[in-house]
Structures are given as structure tokens and as C-alpha cells.
Design a protein around this ligand. Structure first.
Ligand code: ADP
Ligand code: MG
Length: 671
């Protein structure tokens, strides 16, 4: 590295290069030895000096000048006090003569050659004066005057030179000052440059740090790039796989498109076919509707032929623990068609004990024959019984009111027939659940022909001429007596039970829940009043509404399933205690309502103008399910026991009377 140069030196160097060397110093007085020469000789002697200094740098010149100046200051010692007084001491400073710029154009004052005072006589005309004799004082004085004059001239010359040197000094000082200013400026600049350099250094360091950081980042980026490259490779691999898959899919698509176009063609032909089928279907629908109407008509006709009032007799089996009746007590003689025909006859044989005892002969038997629309011996199943009434139930969907009764003494199997046996055994299900299931399924089938049906169920109990809701829930559960039978509206034929629940049903489960609720309600009543259920009529009613919206047809009819109160009579020979009196009242109410039922049926059969519906709550409630357009079926339930023969005969006689009734041609409730 290049050593740092002082700015001052640099400036001096510049100055030297720009300005010619100072020659004035050569005009300074020379040392005594040289003064012995003449001016020309001095000039000559100076020449080599001048030539030497011209080629040197400023520093050399300064040294030279200083030497000369110091030489000059020695003059007073050599030339005596006069000379020393005349030479100004100011011209001594080292730098004053160093820079001779600004005086280069001045004419140098010719230096007066110095002469050793006292030692050498003054030279006149270049010739050394000859030594005067001691006596020649005048001559000596003249010589001294000449010498004095010469000194004076010299002093004058030196003064002038001094003046010039002072001027030069001033000028040099100014220059030095200017240079000092410049120097300071440059120093300032140097400081600034230094600061800049420092800043640059700082920046450099920052940049280095930045570079390091960037290098680090580069490293990270490179590893990232590597990862990405790896990933890219994987992706490329995947892409190739996908491209293969795509190709496969495209091929499959092409196949599918071909299949689709053929399918579309097929669909178009199928559409045409569908349209043709639809036309055919609507035509068939028309025909079907016609056929349906015809079916209804024939169905009804069939029911009419069977009779609008039918009576079925059902004999329950002997229950475990009951005494088996004697053989021949109950007989089921075959019908005209032989044993293959379903039985319609029933024979009850009663032995006349009294007559036998009196005569001593074996007791004669009295045979009671009855014939009904159908007789069900003890072994008949629930399904068999239902099969016989299924067609009748269906009439309700066609708009004919249907009413089914179970009549008989307590314990003869009325409830078993209507609701079913205990334990929820599906085989033992009674008519109510079976009838409803049948109706729901037929209604669904009819849906295909445009019919929609809705069903609303109610279940009430009539005890001692009071009506109680068996579907009551919550706090009303087990309570009764608040229900009244009313017309649904002014002028309306429809009847409704106030405060009773009418529950829409659409499936078996809902019906099951209702029957369960009714059983619970009866159980509550049973504890409150001894066996009240057998002393009351239970009326399950289903209001059926059907509509064929497309044809604007509507039909509606009630289906009533009635479990009547026990038909047994009180033994007139029994002593009447307070309990019996109450029971007598119950029995009278029951007998009254049952006989009213018989009377109503008779009146309808005889086409009497007055039908005594109002004589009992039961007939009043059922008036829309009886009569002209209605179809009625009565089950007469019989106990197989010999001990019940009396009640059995009573029931069979009542039923026979009903069976003889023919109610006028039924009319469907169509709108
Ligand atoms: P009711 O309702 O007429 O008083 P129930 O229906 O309660 O008579 O019948 C009395 C008893 O006889 C019940 O235990 C019942 O299960 C039983 N029972 C009735 N009919 C039949 C039948 N056809 N098969 C089997 N058990 C029967
Ligand atoms: Mg019962």
C-alpha cells in the first residue's frame, strides 16, 4: 500500500509543479568570501546555484534559502555594527524566502558586492586603490567618503531589497494562509471522505452480513429446490399414472357414450312404448273403475242376498277347570250340503230332570234347534270367524254403514270375539284389530285406483245409560259420565259424543295402542265398580271417508263394532240386599237397552214409521249404523256349559228373532 501522504505535502508538490522556481534568493547578499568578487563575478558564481535549485523540489529550495538567510544574518559580525544595524532581522523566517512565487516577474535588484570593512581599501573603477601614506589624511578621508558613499548606496540597495523581500514575505504569508484554508478544506474533505470510507466499511460489513444471510438463504432455497425437484419427479410420476388413467377413462367414456347413444335410442323407443302403455293404462283404468263399480254393486247384492241382518252363533270352548258338558248336549248338525258345508245349525238338548224322577224312567231330553247364517263350533279360530265377516267389513269402504254386535251372557266370549284373547297372541286377535288391518290394506290397494281414505276411531262405553270415553287420557282416565251424544251440527245426520276423543288412525300399531288404552281405562273402572265392563256396552266406531279426487267421488260410512253387556237376567228368587238392588238396576238398564235394540231391529224390519232409537243410549248412538242403508251382523256368543243352558237358550231365542228380520235394501252412502 502506498503510504499516506500529508495533504500539505501534496499541495506543495502541486504548487511546485505549477509555478516556476524562485530566483530572487540568488540576489541575496552572499557570504564574505564571495563578496570579494565583482557583481559580474558574483552573478557568474550564482549561476550554477540557480541552475541547481531550478531542478529541485520546494523543500530543497527552502533549505537553500534558509542557509542563505542565515548567511545574511552573519553579516553584521563580519561587517561591523553599521552593517548589522542596516540588515533587517525580519528576513530570517524559514519559509519567507522559500516560496518565491509572485516575484518572478520582478526585476531583481543588483546586489552590491560586500567588502570587508577595514581590512580592504575601497575599490575604485575596479582597481584596488593604492595604500595612502599615513600623512595623507585628506586622501584617506576622501577614500573613506567614497567608501561611505558606497555603503550608503549599498544600504539603500539592501533596503530596497529588504522591502521587496518583505513584500514577497507578505505575499508568501497570504499564500500560506490560502494554502492553510485550502488545507483545512481538504482536511474537512478528508474527514468527510474518511467518514464516507467508514460508512462504506460499515456498508461493506452490512453487505457481507447480507451476503452471508443470502448465502444461508440460498442454502435453504437450494435444499427447497432439491425437495421441490424431488416432489416434481414424484408429481411427474403421478401425472404419468393419471394420464394413463385418463386415457383409460376416455376409452371407457367413449364406450359409455356409445352405450348412452344406443340407450337414448332405446329410451326414445321405450318412451313411445310408455306413451302407448299409458294410453292403454288409462283405458284399462277406465275399465277397472267400471269393474270396481260393478264389483261394489255385486258385492252389495251378495251381501243383500246374505241378508242385511245376519246372525252368527259362536260357541266358546270349555275352559280349563270347567265341567265338561254331557255328550250330545251341544250338537252342530251338518247343513244341506253335507259335512263339507260350513255349519249353520245348532242343537241344545236339555234333560227334564223332574219328569224323569217322577216316572222313574230315564230323564227325557228336550232338543232345541236353532239355525243361523253361520254357526262356529268351539274349535273355530279367530281367523276363521274373521274370514266370514271380511267381505262385510269391506262394504264399509264402499260406503255402506256396517254394525257388528257381540251378544250373550257374561263369560260367553263376546270380548274374546271382538278384541281377542289375552297375552297379545296374534292368533287370538279379535275382530276389531283384524277388521282395521283389512280396511287399511284394502284402502291402500284402492289408492292405486285413485281412492284416498282416512279413518277416525272412537271407543266409548255405555254403562247404566251413561257414556264414558274409553280413549280418555291423563286426568280424565277412568272418569265417566261427562260424555253426551249430540248431533255433529244443526240439521246434521252425523252423531258425535261430546268430550270423547276421536283419533285419526292409519296403521295397525295405532289401533293396538288405542285398544290397549281402552283396556287400561276399563281396568281402572273395574276396581272402582265391580266388573263394570261386563255390565256395559263397549262401542268401537271407525268413521271411514273415501275420496276419488280425479272423478270427484266421495263415500263415507261408519263401522261399529259393539261388545254388548252381559245379557243374563237376575234370578227373581234371590233375596235383594243393597248390592243386589244396585245390580238389579244395572240389569234392568242392560235389559232395557238390549230389548230396545231388539225393538229397533224389529221396527226397521217391519218398516215401521217410528223406530225407537231414542229409547236407549246404545240405539241412539248407533242409529246411523242401523236401518235402511246399513248392514248388520250379530254374533250370539254361547257358553258350552250345561249350567248356562238357560241363558244360552235366552240368547239363542233373541238372536233367532233378530235373524228373522230383514232390513230393506241397503243404500251406499255416496255423494
Ligand atoms: P265375555 O266378554 O262375553 O264376558 P270373555 O270374552 O271375557 O267373555 O270370555 C270369557 C273367557 O273365555 C275368557 O277367559 C276368554 O279368554 C275365554 N274364551 C272365550 N271365547 C273363547 C274362544 N273362542 N276360545 C278360547 N277361549 C275363549
Ligand atoms: Mg266381555
Amino acid at each position: 500500500m502506498e503510504p499516506q501522504r500529508s495533504p500539505l505535502l501534496e499541495v506543495k508538490g502541486n504548487v511546485e509543479l505549477k509555478r516556476p522556481l524562485f530566483k530572487a534568493s540568488s540576489r541575496l547578499p552572499l557570504p564574505g568570501s564571495r563578496l570579494k568578487r565583482g557583481p559580474d563575478q558574483m552573478e557568474d558564481a550564482l549561476e550554477p546555484e540557480k541552475k541547481r535549485t531550478r531542478g529541485l523540489g520546494a523543500a530543497t529550495k527552502i533549505a537553500t534559502s534558509r542557509n542563505r538567510a542565515s548567511t545574511l544574518t552573519t553579516l553584521p559580525h563580519t561587517q561591523g555594527p553599521t552593517a548589522s544595524q542596516k540588515v533587517p532581522r525580519k528576513i530570517g523566517p524559514p519559509c519567507s524566502t522559500a516560496i518565491a512565487t509572485g516575484v518572478k516577474n520582478q526585476k531583481p535588484v543588483p546586489a552590491v558586492p560586500a567588502q570587508k570593512s577595514g581590512t580592504a581599501p575601497p575599490m575604485v573603477g575596479g582597481k584596488k586603490p593604492s595604500k595612502r601614506p599615513a600623512w595623507d589624511l585628506k586622501g584617506q578621508l576622501g577614500d573613506l567618503n567614497v567608501e561611505l558613499k558606497r555603503y550608503r548606496e549599498r544600504t539603500q540597495t539592501l533596503d530596497q531589497e529588504n522591502q521587496q523581500l518583505q513584500d514577497q514575505l507578505r505575499e508568501a504569508q497570504q499564500q500560506a494562509k490560502a494554502l492553510g484554508t485550502e488545507c483545512r478544506t481538504l482536511e474537512g474533505e478528508l474527514a468527510r471522505v474518511g467518514a464516507q470510507a467508514e460508512q462504506g466499511q460499515q456498508e461493506l460489513e452490512n453487505l457481507r452480513a447480507h451476503v452471508l444471510d443470502l448465502e444461508e438463504r440460498l442454502g435453504t432455497q437450494e435444499s427447497l429446490v432439491q425437495e421441490l425437484q424431488k416432489e416434481q419427479l414424484e408429481l411427474q410420476e403421478e401425472r404419468r399414472g393419471l394420464a394413463t388413467q385418463l386415457e383409460e377413462q376416455e376409452k371407457r367414456l367413449q364406450v359409455s357414450e356409445a352405450a348412452l347413444s344406443s340407450s337414448q335410442a332405446e329410451a326414445a323407443s321405450l318412451q313411445q312404448e310408455v306413451e302407448a302403455q299409458a294410453a292403454l293404462l288409462s283405458e284399462r283404468g277406465e275399465r277397472l273403475h267400471g269393474l270396481e263399480m260393478e264389483r261394489r254393486r255385486l258385492h252389495n247384492q251378495l251381501q243383500e242376498l246374505k241378508g242385511n241382518i245376519r246372525v252368527f252363533c259362536r260357541v266358546r270352548p270349555v275352559l280349563p277347570g270347567e265341567s265338561t258338558p254331557p255328550p250330545g248336549f251341544l250338537l252342530f248338525p251338518p247343513g244341506p250340503g253335507g259335512p263339507s258345508d260350513p255349519p249353520t245349525h245348532l242343537s241344545l238338548s236339555r234333560s227334564d230332570e223332574r219328569r224323569g224322577t217322577l216316572s222313574g224312567a230315564p230323564a227325557p231330553t228336550t232338543r232345541h234347534d236353532f239355525s243361523f247364517d253361520r254357526v262356529f263350533p268351539p274349535g273355530s279360530g279367530q281367523d276363521e270367524v274373521f274370514e266370514e265377516i271380511a267381505m262385510l267389513v269391506q262394504s264399509a269402504l264402499d260406503g255402506y254403514p256396517v254394525c257388528i254386535f257381540a251378544y250373550g251372557q257374561t263369560g260367553s266370549g263376546k270380548t274374546f270375539t271382538m278384541e281377542g284373547g289375552p297375552g297379545g297372541d296374534p292368533q287370538l286377535e279379535g275382530l276389531i284389530p283384524r277388521a282395521l288391518r283389512h280396511l287399511f290394506s284394502i284402502a291402500q290397494e284402492m289408492g292405486g285406483q285413485g281412492w284416498t281414505y282416512s279413518f277416525v276411531a272412537s271407543y266409548v262405553e255405555i254403562y247404566n245409560e251413561t257414556v264414558r270415553d274409553l280413549l280418555a287420557t291423563g286426568t280424565r282416565k277412568g272418569q265417566g259420565g261427562e260424555c253426551e251424544i249430540r248431533r255433529a251440527g244443526p240439521g246434521s245426520e252425523e252423531l258425535t259424543v261430546t268430550n270423547a276423543r276421536y283419533v285419526p288412525v292409519s296403521c295397525e300399531k295405532e289401533v293396538e295402542a288405542l285398544l290397549h288404552l281402552a283396556r287400561q281405562n276399563r281396568a281402572v273402572a273395574r276396581t272402582a265398580q265391580n266388573e263394570r265392563s261386563s255390565r256395559s256396552h263397549s262401542v268401537f266406531q271407525l268413521q271411514i271417508s273415501g275420496e276419488h279426487a280425479a272423478r270427484g267421488l266421495q263415500c263415507g260410512a261408519p263401522l261399529s263394532l259393539v261388545d254388548l253387556a252381559g245379557s243374563e237376567r237376575l234370578d227373581p228368587g234371590l233375596a235383594l240386599g243393597p248390592g243386589e238392588r244396585e245390580r238389579l238396576r244395572e240389569t234392568q238398564a242392560i235389559n232395557s237397552s238390549l230389548s230396545t235394540l231388539g225393538l229397533v231391529i224389529m221396527a226397521l224390519s217391519n218398516k215401521e214409521s217410528h223406530v225407537p232409537y231414542r229409547n236407549s243410549k246404545l240405539t241412539y248412538l248407533l242409529q246411523n249404523s242401523l236401518g235402511g242403508s246399513a248392514k248388520m251382523l250379530m254374533f250370539v256368543n254361547i257358553s258350552p256349559l250345561e249350567e248356562n243352558i238357560s241363558e244360552s237358550l235366552n240368547s239363542l231365542r233373541f238372536a233367532s228373532k233378530v235373524n228373522q228380520c230383514i232390513i230393506g235394501t241397503a243404500q251406499a252412502n255416496r255423494k
